[in-house]
Design a protein around this ligand. Structure first.
Ligand code: GDP
Ligand code: MG
Length: 166
């Protein structure tokens, strides 16, 4: 099995930490699967029976200046072309404006979106449940999963979830 995934989310939610944690010591190799040149490969995670290619999605984060329609279209095309989108948020009890902005971009996208609540090592169960419920109400996500990219908690479940969409 082989497929494409993109990780999106506000700055500092832990996207790089998550990717490094998944890749670990494994060497990232280039996929021979055809792809459009505008999609930048960030890394490739290769296991015996599956391969996950992580693509960069530029321009999905709230721009500091007015972003050209072209960039927005590229970002949305990427979201449509991957097999699954990982939307990473971090600890809190409500959905902030930055996350709201990204969620607006996700509306109408048919690709399965997995909401990843990161940094659960900093959260108590009650706050995690509250946040979970708020995201569930939006009906935007196929799955909602809590992880700690830093400590590795629940990462195997996340990877299994990704693999189920390849
Ligand atoms: P990015 O901007 O989304 O790529 O975020 P980074 O991966 O650079 O992480 C931003 C900060 O959050 C860094 O200081 C990380 O060490 C921290 N961080 C990332 N994941 C976790 C986590 O699961 N738990 C905690 N406590 N901190 C984390
Ligand atoms: Mg980063």
């Amino acid at each position: 099995k082989s497929g494409f995934v993109t990780i999106i989310g506000r700055p500092n939610v832990g996207k790089s930490t998550l990717m490094n944690r998944i890749i670990g010591e494994k060497i990232a190799i280039m996929s021979d699967k055809p792809q459009t040149t505008r999609n930048k490969i960030q890394c490739v995670y290769t296991q015996e029976d599956y391969q996950i290619v992580f693509l960069d999605t530029p321009g999905i984060h709230k721009p500091k200046h007015k972003l050209g329609q072209y960039m927005v279209r590229i970002a949305k095309d990427t979201l449509r072309e991957v097999d699954a989108v990982l939307f990473v948020v971090d600890e809190g009890t409500s959905i902030g404006p930055g996350d709201q902005y990204i969620m607006e971009q996700l509306e109408g996208i048919e690709t399965p979106i997995i909401l990843v609540i990161n940094k659960i090592d900093k959260m108590n169960q009650e706050d995690l449940n509250k946040l979970y419920d708020k995201y569930e109400e939006t009906n935007l996500f196929k799955h909602i999963i809590g992880i700690s990219a830093l400590e590795g908690a629940n990462l195997n479940n996340l990877i299994n979830l990704i693999v189920s969409y390849l």
